[in-house]
Ligand binder design. Structure first.
Ligand code: TXA
Ligand code: MG
Length: 327
């Protein structure tokens, strides 16, 4: 059994001790819980890949506290620094050219010449990085390919026996993984949609920002693999009514949703009904998405029918995750 400790100064010191000894610790971030390891240690990083059942060719994100720490491991142009200054600390991961003297374990970047870096805004994560005083490699704290964890209970249910400690600090504010932007080429390309949108980044750079979420043909970021973020039962998007036996993941009012064969979706039992946001707020929906999919992911439900979510703001990221879950 793994230890679960509420996040405070004492538990942060305990977590830092574990990390200094090449152990692995689940930590809160503003996006999703991360499974942290000393990014300089082959032994520690190997434990992360093993615990998640993650293929070795899928690189990890390195988490640091300050821009100066980023500059120790990666090269950054002025344009990249202006993106960083606008969105860090926060839910943005930048793919940058890695420095030869970065000191990082080569396993982190899976042999690529680039490195993914993020400065998280969550106070607990920042305190932990500070207590360690070295960069933390941290993928999402879940089994590879399945739903990310947005609460300590989710982490325990999927990785419980495999990790040394869970630092518990409630539900994650954003609820979806960070936006991943590849800055290693001539034009910045968003490889994974998240809370920070292309439009917001364009406002900063004044130039073009492209999306390449599906990696037509070649997968540039293994998170682009189509089947991903998936519950164990089928997911059906843009539902306008329910098949018998399906659960409903509503968005906005579910008043007019009917069940084929008779009945109203709004009278479904708790085990078959969740609403991402009764008010139709995409940010509230993002924060609820993974937790509600987990709630409905039961063998007694034939599948999860999801009402349409607008493709605006973080809605782009919600629809990206739902599309992958529904493959
Ligand atoms: O919000 C987040 O980003 C969370 C929290 C814990 O920070 N972390 C997270 O990590 O979602 P992970 O490992 O689940 O997703 C990282 C994504 C993967 O799709 C991976 O393929 C991609 O980033 N990635 C990492 N390094 C890369 C690189 N050098 N080039 C291209 N893609 C990279
Ligand atoms: Mg992940």
């Amino acid at each position: 059994m793994t230890q679960i400790l509420s996040l405070n100064d004492e538990s942060i010191n305990r977590a830092a001790d574990i990390l200094k000894n090449s152990g692995i610790v689940a930590m809160p971030t503003e996006t999703v819980y991360g499974l942290a390891a000393d990014a300089r240690s082959d032994a520690a990083v190997t434990k992360v890949f093993k615990a998640k059942g993650r293929p070795k060719h899928n690189p990890l994100i390195v988490h640091v506290n300050e821009l100066d720490d980023v500059l120790k491991i990666a090269k950054m142009s002025k344009k990249e620094q202006s993106i960083a200054q606008s969105f860090w600390p926060g839910p943005l991961t930048m793919i940058l050219k890695c420095r030869k003297d970065s000191g990082l374990s080569e396993l982190v970047s899976a042999g690529l010449s680039t490195v993914a870096v993020r400065i998280p805004s969550n106070k607990g994560a920042r305190k932990l990085i500070k207590a360690c005083d070295f960069p933390l490699a941290a993928p999402s704290a879940n089994k590879s390919g399945s739903l990310s964890s947005t609460t300590p209970a989710h982490v325990e249910s999927c990785l419980g026996s495999k990790i040394d400690l869970i630092l518990a600090a409630g539900a994650c504010r954003v609820g979806l993984e960070s936006t991943v932007i590849d800055c290693s080429g001539p034009v910045p390309v968003i490889l994974r949609a998240g809370a920070i949108t292309a439009e917001e980044i364009k406002d900063v750079t004044g130039g073009n920002v492209e999306y390449d979420l599906c990696g037509d043909g070649e997968v540039k970021s293994p998170g682009q693999l189509l089947k991903h973020y998936a519950p164990s039962i089928p997911v059906r998007m843009n539902a306008i009514d329910l098949e018998e036996g399906e659960a409903l993941l509503a968005f906005g009012s579910a008043k007019f949703m009917g069940i084929k064969g008779g009945g109203a979706a709004s009278s479904l039992p708790d085990s078959r009904l969740r609403n991402l946001s009764k008010d139709g707020d995409v940010y509230e929906a993002a924060a609820n998405l993974f937790a509600m999919m987990r709630d409905l992911d039961k063998p007694s439900n034939k599948g999860i029918a999801v009402m349409a979510v607008p493709d605006q703001g973080i809605g782009v990221a919600i629809n990206d995750r739902l599309t992958r879950a529904s493959q």
